[in-house]
Design a protein around this ligand. Structure first.
Ligand code: AMP
Length: 565
């Protein structure tokens, strides 16, 4: 049985050391002393959280609640304790001082062990019903009154979630390697991989201690234990991205980049659970996704990677992320909000299937398996729209269409690459317009060349300057629309024809469109003094008039903002 005082010893040493090497050394000493069943409590308590990220649980004691527990444990007055808290600004130091002065001490105090603190704090989350606050505070007061003043300092900080010892993932990983793998080849890589697969350093540490680094190397994916997602790097543009992401165009896969939240769907024997990229479980919030998963997946077991997107029930277009986050936060009346913000899940990778990890297989083979075990349910669970081995022109057109359909951009992926959990990799890149789209006025139009020569496909764009009540041009676009959209647009423009000058048509300046673009530059070409780079048609805005257009000041602010980023 490990006494809490021993852990507190390490806490105080860590607090008084800022050097990473010394801190690692302190952790190594501690890890080497632990019995197998102590890794979970000790590693979690070092991080200051008794729950794993995917446990949907909370200690449920506020700072004010803690002062009440301190009053109970010490026999002091709540007002005095609060005054001390205000002075020190730290509940830990407050608890320490209050317990040092305590008038009331239990005669037969039970020893405070690591197990008692860990289990006691975890159990707080299970207390509910009438009188639950009182019972929670009683448990905390019991722990505090058995603790020494120094123990009370860290106990208090842990209860309110403010331990902040700076023991991050990197430090702990280094300590595990130094403690159990100093002589093992590639120990750091094995420990890191095991962490990314299990998201649980307590588990990794205990495997390293009992089975050595070879045990860590043998750790595999497990359903219902979320894995850390593979992350993307940024592409400078579509054609740059295509050459950077894979050795040949044939090996490139482009997918729509959906704007929602990254989701891992774990599914085994009819039970499905959902986790976010930050490993939080959000199964209960999306009952309709679980129901759809039952119907869509034919594998008995699967871990699938995808993006959950909120859609507007009327238009079917994606809604801003903020809407979707309302669903994640909502813990009650779930059916009502599900009707308000329906969601669609787009799947793009399969990491594990029927007991076998697919991580080391090439993307193309993982996708083939995904297609084999998933029958999409349109509107509920779908596979990401994709194009394999495109030419640069086809890739650009795919990107334009993705953005025009209201999606964020595209992902560029190497079809030959394995899945590397938890890492930002060059084999998966993202490309999206840098800037928020602008609503702009079409100032003039010009006949297109070639296949589209019957249409007014070159559009000059203007923003509005309220100071001068004038429209000033910011650029010209000739891409982003479908043939059908261009035909409608041409009809609308011809209704506004004022005069024809060569291939150009002068217009009444009251038709607005939403325009996506990558960047804004300073430029003498247009009256505004700015020019949009790579502008793209997104949609008509017949609901807006000229005074609703982006103003010159907004364009200037967007220009300034990109300099800051
Ligand atoms: P970002 O959040 O800008 O770093 O972009 C990467 C994120 O895009 C991923 O973490 C996913 O949440 C999201 N995403 C949307 N569509 C896809 C897709 N088809 N493939 C991979 N990630 C996607």
């Amino acid at each position: 049985m490990m006494r809490y005082a021993e852990l507190v010893d390490t806490y105080t040493s860590l607090e008084s050391t800022s050097g990473t090497l010394e801190q690692t050394e302190l952790l190594v000493e501690l890890l080497l002393e632990l019995e197998p069943d102590q890794f979970e409590p000790v590693v979690r308590l070092l991080r200051g959280r008794v729950f794993a990220p995917w446990e949907d649980a909370d200690i449920g004691v506020s700072s004010r609640g803690l002062t009440t527990a301190l009053a109970q444990a010490s026999g002091g007055s709540a007002a005095q304790i609060e005054a001390l808290w205000r002075d020190t600004g730290d509940l830990g130091l407050t608890a320490e001082a209050v317990m040092a002065d305590a008038t009331q001490r239990t005669l037969m105090s039970r020893p405070v062990t690591v197990g008692r603190v860990y289990d006691g704090l975890r159990d707080l989350a299970t207390i509910d019903g009438a009188g639950s606050r009182r019972r929670r505070l009683q448990t905390v007061a019991g722990l505090l009154s058995d603790a020494t003043p120094l123990e009370a300092r860290y106990l208090a900080r842990t209860v309110v979630g403010h331990l902040r010892l700076g023991v991050g993932d990197g430090l702990l990983r280094d300590a595990i390697v130094a403690a159990f793998g100093a002589d093992a080849p590639a120990a750091a890589a094995h420990v890191e991989r095991a962490f990314h697969l299990t998201s649980d350093l307590a588990h990794v540490a205990s495997v390293a201690a009992t089975e050595g680094i070879a045990g860590c190397a043998a750790i595999e994916l497990e359903p219902f234990r979320p894995v850390r997602a593979m992350l993307a790097t940024k592409a400078a543009g579509i054609s740059d991205g295509m050459t950077a992401v894979a050795p040949s165009y044939d090996a490139v896969r482009l997918e729509r980049k959906y704007d929602g939240i990254r989701i891992q769907l774990h599914h085994v024997d009819g039970e499905s659970r959902l986790f976010t990229r930050r490993l939080a479980e959000i199964t209960r919030q999306f009952p309709e996704v679980l129901a759809a998963a039952q119907g869509a997946l034919s594998a008995e077991g699967a871990i699938v990677d995808g993006e959950l997107v909120g859609v507007d029930p009327a238009s079917g277009r994606p809604v801003p992320f903020q809407q979707l986050s309302r669903r994640i936060k909502r813990k009650h009346d779930i059916r009502a909000i599900a009707a308000e913000v329906p969601v669609r899940l787009f799947l793009f990778d399969l990491l594990w299937c029927d007991g076998v990890s697919l991580l080391d297989r090439p993307l193309a083979s993982r996708i083939a398996r995904l297609e084999a075990v998933c029958t999409p349910t349109p509107g509920a669970i779908e596979l990401a729209t994709a194009i394999d081995g495109p030419s640069p022109e086809a890739a650009q057109a795919f990107y334009d269409a993705a953005v025009a359909a209201g999606h964020e951009g595209v992902m560029l992926k190497n079809r030959e690459a394995s899945y590397q959990p938890g890492t930002r990799v060059g084999v998966m890149m993202k490309h999206k317009p840098l800037m928020e789209p602008l609503d702009l006025i079409i100032t003039r139009a010009q006949w297109s060349e070639g296949r589209r020569s019957a249409y007014l496909g070159r559009l000059f764009l203007g923003c509005y300057d309220p100071d001068r009540d004038a429209v000033c041009e910011v650029g010209r676009l000739s891409t982003g629309y479908t043939d059908a959209e261009l035909e409608t647009l041409t009809d609308r423009l011809l209704e506004r024809k004022q005069a024809v000058e060569g291939r150009q048509v002068r217009l009444d300046q009251d038709l607005l469109i939403e325009v996506g673009f990558e960047e804004i530059q300073r430029s003498d070409t247009y009256g505004s003094g700015y020019a949009l780079r790579f502008p793209r048609y997104r949609r008509m805005r017949p609901d807006l008039g000229p005074s609703d257009a982006a103003t010159l000041a907004e364009v200037a602010a967007a220009y300034d903002a990109q300099g800051a980023s």
